[in-house]
Design a protein around this ligand. Structure first.
Ligand code: FES
Length: 99
């Protein structure tokens, strides 16, 4: 069994649905100063990553956009959270083996 992860879909859904759920306006969410990505593949018009996991494999994906190993988490979110009081963390995908 293979599990394909579309990191952009997950990251986008997380970034844009959470603020809406907390009552922030779309103007605040999409404002220039609300830019999320300040270091990953900045010359690309859209950062898209795909991955395929084998059964039993587990991967940890970055959702803070600070990882030096993006799209995988390298724990940079810990320093980011300490520096600015944020609470972001990774997405852990576990492709469990079928029984
Ligand atoms: S480094 Fe970004 S979530 Fe861990």
């Amino acid at each position: 069994m293979k599990l394909t992860v579309f990191a952009l879909t997950i990251a986008t859904a997380t970034a844009f649905t959470t603020p809406l759920a907390t009552g922030r306006t779309s103007t605040a969410i999409f404002a220039e100063d609300a830019k999320i990505n300040n270091m990953i593949d900045l010359d690309s018009p859209k950062v898209v990553n795909t991955d395929t996991l084998e059964a039993g494999e587990k991967k940890v994906y970055c959702r803070c956009w600070k990882s030096g190993t993006f799209p995988l988490c390298d724990a940079a979110h810990v320093e980011h959270n300490k520096a600015c009081g944020d609470n972001v963390g990774p997405l852990i995908v576990d492709a469990a083996k079928a029984e």
